[in-house]
Design a protein around this ligand. Structure first.
Ligand code: GLN
Length: 191
């Protein structure tokens, strides 16, 4: 059975666990979900979801638990919002003590849609059809390489992307799929 970890240090990891379990039921692919809080939890996982939350806090807690190296080599990773920031090679608006995984050829600008009050919901166009996208102090995203494929758009802005680097599958989403759909979790399980 596939073991999928959800980084459970800070942020909305519980919603991702629910979305994963719902997705696995929908597509009838059984999975084992693991809450990843330390290096042992990250042992032998087939995939990892990095949730939304506060990328500064998540990165500090990852550093404290020595998770950076372990996570970097997981075969598939999906980062949403703060998680997408952690995956990016280029980050604008980072705090000076913030560290990143830097695995994916995307550039992100933290909080570029405005403050918490400027959070919004909007129709997005995705590879799975039109969906309701929830943006909570979301980063703006741009692609740095032709190897990165867009997966979702808000108007003409890319808000979701996929990249395969060697044997590693990477997905970065600026919005919160776990709140409105299981499509991305279904895709992630199937990868
Ligand atoms: N603004 C947060 C950050 O920069 C991300 C917000 C979120 O994950 N919903 O870390």
């Amino acid at each position: 059975m596939e073991k999928i970890g959800v980084l459970s240090l800070q942020g909305d990891y519980e919603e991702h666990i629910h979305a994963l379990l719902k997705a696995s039921e929908k597509i009838s692919v059984p999975i084992k979900v693991i809450e990843v809080r330390n290096q042992n939890h990250a042992e032998n996982i087939d995939g990892l979801i990095i949730p939304g939350g506060e990328s500064t806090s998540i990165s500090r807690l990852m550093e404290k638990s020595g998770l950076f190296e372990k996570i970097s080599s997981v075969r598939k990773i999906m980062g949403t919002c703060a998680g997408a920031i952690l995956l990016a090679k280029e980050v604008h608006g980072a705090t000076h003590f913030q560290r990143f995984l830097g695995l994916m050829d995307i550039s992100v600008s933290r909080n570029a849609y405005g403050s918490q009050l400027a959070s919004f919901e909007a129709q997005i166009t995705t590879v799975f059809g039109n969906l309701n996208g929830v943006f909570i102090r979301a980063p703006k995203m741009s692609l740095l390489s032709k190897d990165v494929q867009p997966m979702a758009f808000l108007g003409d802005e890319v808000v979701g992307a996929y990249q395969k680097v060697k044997d590693q599958h990477l997905i970065a989403l600026a919005f919160h799929p776990e709140l409105t759909t299981t499509k991305f979790h279904e895709y992630f399980i199937r990868l």
